[in-house]
Design a protein around this ligand. Structure first.
Ligand code: SER
Length: 896
């Protein structure tokens, strides 16, 4: 059975049983705790926690999942993928254990011609959590499974949790017995390769708290309702139903292996285990990379970008180890598109961009590999020179860490060079690095806000946003929070607190989201508490439903239940609408000028200013920048009407409205349209009514913010004008200093630069001429110490090391062939003291060496130097020691 069919049967099975089909969320969700979506339930967490009311009580989805902690297992086992599809069914306070077991069982065991997968019931096993007698009983009752095929396992295997705090609960897993060829008998607890896990049913019923591991965390209490979260591994089911040995040979991954085999010198499945693993790594990682880029990730040096980079690099290295030297990533991306396209149309529609980003990474990495090879050769040569035969662990680590060489590649190259590698040293450096990474990850988790204090309000009293229609609203205080704790009243005295927040039942304040920062304004009391006044400095949404106004109380006190007037500063809001509408205009202009590949990667706007990040390789040309500015300002000038309306997500997408990667959108979305087709975006922000209200838009510049992501910044409205006025003032000042009309400033500056260069050259020439004259003097003033003519002199301040070298040559020439030593020293720039020593052949015959004398000269000026017997140089710090240095040198010569 093909994978696309497996997916379809799953969804049909659950839709027939009253579930609503929900599309997969992007693999990147805006959650500080989660690098990637790793389970079907992630997009539903707020429903489980009771923070939001789900629009349906039963849902089913096939979620794109990324799990990279097991990356080293990929290709070695039969079942590990970094990207996989998790088919799931979910109950939000509706059915529980019995139905979850029954639904899974019937889909797995129903005959193929009745819409099931047709698994042999005798081969299915189940596990339950240690004390979950109820689930063990239900398996027997509902499916007739004999008790000996139901095993009990502890928290590590049979307890699922997500986030802190987050939902959790005992689980029950379904395994398929692949038979004795795959390992020993004894059920899943004995061998997970033979008994392969295909489905996990989680009985989501508690809230988890802090803990040290998967097996050790606090259970904070029950969830508001009992829920079901299940996940079936589509790839694993495909592997079994297609009768292949491992997930990499299933219908959606095998084509990648075949593409590689067509160009590799050694084929797949030819008895070389290492090669087969390389093939499987390429198949798995190419697909994950395509999905990640498709969802908006660009290769980078940290976070998600780093995972993508690592995957692509492992693909390229594996290909190299298979003996493939030509670029291959472009073709791999095309193979992934062809295989996955029917289920993931974005891989087809977005193919050009996906391929471009992946290939650019390949090109860059090949360059790195070339530099790494040079480093390797140097390290190998140095090792041999020392008479050693082992390349150090730190060399292997640098090659790995900086140049992406896997240890096996270093081992192979070392073997070719007749060396071995200190593998233990390498491993201990790797372990240190892992520790650092873990510490980073732990630090990330700390950032999680504790929402429990707000939970009571979240679902019952969501804040109503009135700010699209009015700037001032009367509202009731629903809750007051001081540093995250609920209090009945707050006054000026509460001011020592870090964070004071008011939650209102309705508010005109825009809470930061979608790149627009929060409104500013005031909240004032009414009636008896009319003296109460607070300034609002920030507004954030909690669980997407509550508006928390962060305030400073200026006078009086606020009491829960009070009626207040919430007023947005109209000037602030006007600026904010200009910034946000301006962002849409720049986005539209960018796509008009650069084409649809310029995909939004993020944005930020505040009154007067905006910035916009987008996927693009390489800097924009000046012409492109000018065009973007021109198109934007023409659209402003056209005074387009700005419309906003709500519609269904699918309809909005069909209209061509642009959505942002990584956002989960509700089913009803708000669309903002400026000038008909000119700009159409999904957006919850506040906007001007007509585009002319944005005012002039001035692009400040364009820069890189990571590999493949560019940023444009602009001023809008009055700030734009102020910026231009400042530039004009600057120009006027320049024109007045240069005493030319402003249009002649560029020419005049160019002329001045030319003249300056000429003057500097002339200065250099004169300095050297002076120095030469000084050299002639110096030569004339040579003293004789023992048998040697000695010139030991301090040269004029500012003489550079290069000047000293050339002078020393001159003096040596003038002194003829009698034994001579020349030592010059000067006070250079930045408190440096450069010095040079030359010894002519006759003096060398007497035993003098420049590289030894230079040390004597350098010591009093805290300098170090080196070189050869005829010429040596160095540099010190502290001009006070110059005379002592020269005296020491003379004394040294005198001693010999
Ligand atoms: N959340 C569970 C898992 O990922 C079931 O969907 O295994």
């Amino acid at each position: 059975m093909q994978t696309h069919e497996i997916r379809k049967r799953f969804l049909d099975h659950f839709v027939k049983r009253g579930h609503t089909e929900v599309p997969s969320a992007s693999v990147i969700l805006d959650d500080p705790n989660l690098l990637f979506v790793n389970a079907g339930m992630v997009q539903f967490v707020p429903y489980f926690l009771g923070q939001r009311t789900p629009p349906w009580s039963r849902a089913t989805s096939i979620q794109k999942c990324i799990r990279t902690p097991d990356i080293d297992e990929v290709g070695h086992t039969t079942r590990h993928n970094t990207f996989f599809q998790m088919a799931g069914n979910f109950s939000f306070g509706d059915y529980f254990k019995r139905e979850a077991i029954e639904y899974a069982w019937t889909l797995l065991t129903n005959p193929v011609d009745e819409g099931g997968y047709g698994f042999d019931p005798e081969r299915l096993w189940a596990t339950v959590y240690l004390d979950d007698d109820e689930a063990a009983q239900l398996w027997q009752e509902v499916t007739g499974m004999p008790p000996e095929r139901i095993q009990r396992r502890g928290m590590a295997d049979n307890y699922w949790s997500m986030g802190i705090p987050g939902p959790c609960g005992p689980s029950s897993e379904i395994y398929y017995d692949r038979g004795p060829d795959y390992g020993v008998e004894g059920g899943p607890i004995a061998n997970e390769d033979r008994y392969i896990e295909i489905w996990n049913l989680v009985f989501m019923q508690n809230v988890r708290g802090e803990g040290t591991s998967k097996e050790d965390f606090e259970i904070l209490g029950p969830l508001p309702r009992k829920n079901i979260d299940t996940g079936m591994g589509v790839e694993r089911v495909a592997c079994l139903l297609q009768g292949v040995d491992n997930v990499y040979e299933t219908d959606l991954l095998r084509p990648v292996i075949d593409t590689v085999a067509a160009v590799a010198p050694r084929g797949y499945g030819q008895g070389n285990h290492d090669d087969d693993v390389r093939y499987r790594i390429i198949a798995d990682h190419s697909r994950t990379a395509a999905i990640l880029i498709g969802d908006g990730v660009s290769p980078g040096n940290d976070g998600r970008g780093y995972v993508l980079r690592r995957l692509l690099r492992r693909v390229i290295r594996s290909a190299k180890l298979l003996g493939i030297n030509d670029p291959i990533v472009g073709e791999l991306m095309a193979t992934v598109r062809d295989a996955m396209g029917p289920s993931y149309p974005e891989l087809v529609s977005d193919f050009e961009r996906i391929q471009r980003i992946a290939v650019a990474e390949e090109t860059a990495f090949n360059r790195t590999l070339a530099s790494g090879s040079r480093l390797f050769e140097e390290a190998a040569r140095a090792t041999k020179q020392k008479g050693a035969t082992v390349l150090s662990g730190s060399d292997a680590f640098t090659l790995h860490d900086t140049y992406g060489f896997p240890l096996e590649l270093t081992l192979e190259m070392a073997a070719e060079a007749g060396l071995s590698v200190d593998e233990e040293g390498f491993r201990s450096l790797m372990a240190e690095q892992r520790e650092r990474a873990k510490a980073d990850a732990a630090a990330r988790k700390q950032a999680h806000a504790d929402l429990s204090a707000y939970r009571e309000l979240v679902d019952k009293h969501p804040t109503e946003f009135t700010g699209f229609d009015e700037l001032t609203s009367e509202a009731t205080i629903l809750g007051i929070f001081v540093d995250g704790k609920r209090v009945p009243v707050v006054s000026r005295n509460g001011q020592q607190a870090e964070r004071i927040e008011l939650i209102l039942d309705r508010t005109p304040f825009y809470a930061e989201s979608g790149g627009q920062i929060a409104d500013e304004g005031t909240i004032t009391g009414t009636g008896a508490s009319s003296t109460a006044k607070a300034v609002v400095s920030d507004v954030q949404k909690i669980a997407r439903t509550l508006w928390a106004h962060r305030i400073t109380v200026e006078s009086g006190e606020f009491v829960e239940g009070d009626t207040v007037i919430a007023a947005v500063d109209p000037r602030w809001r006007h600026g904010a609408t200009q910034g946000h509408s301006g962002t849409h205009m720049v986005h539209a202009a960018l796509r008009q000028v650069l084409g649809p590949n310029a995909v939004q990667a993020g944005s930020l706007n505040r009154p007067g200013y905006l910035r916009f990040d987008f996927n693009w390789q390489g800097p924009l040309t000046e012409e492109q920048r000018n065009q973007i500015e021109e198109v934007t300002n023409e659209a402003v000038e056209a005074d387009y009407e700005v419309h906003s309306f709500t519609t269904e997500l699918e309809k909005a997408k069909a209209m061509g409205a642009m959505a942002l990667f990584g956002e989960v959108y509700p089913e009803e979305v708000r669309v903002v349209e400026i000038g008909g087709p000119f700009s159409l975006e999904l957006c919850g922000g506040t906007h001007v009514a007509h585009s002319a209200q944005i005012g002039p838009v001035t692009l400040l510049g364009e820069s890189s913010v990571g590999s493949g992501v560019r940023r444009v910044e602009a001023y809008v409205g009055l700030d734009s004008f102020r910026h231009l006025a400042k530039e004009r003032a600057l120009m006027a000042a320049l024109a007045s200093t240069l005493k030319v009309p402003s249009q002649e400033v560029p020419n005049r500056v160019a002329q001045l630069v030319e003249r300056l260069k000429a003057a500097e050259k002339e200065l250099d020439r004169m300095r050297l001429a002076n120095a030469r004259a000084a050299a002639a003097n110096a030569a004339a003033g040579a003293e004789t110490i023992g048998k040697v003519r000695v010139v030991a002199q301090r040269m004029a301040g500012g003489t550079s090391a290069a000047d000293l070298r050339s002078l020393v040559g001159d003096i040596r020439g003038k002194l003829g062939s009698d034994p001579a030593v020349i030592a010059l020293i000067a006070e250079g720039d930045n408190d440096t003291v450069p010095f040079v020593v030359a010894v002519n052949p006759a003096a060398q015959d007497l035993g003098f060496k420049a590289n030894e004398l230079v040390k004597v000269l350098g010591a009093p000026v805290n300098g170090r130097g080196g070189g050869k017997a005829e010429l040596a140089q160095g540099s010190g710090k502290g001009a006070a020691g110059i005379d002592a240095a020269l005296a020491a040198l003379r004394a040294e010569i005198g001693r010999s």
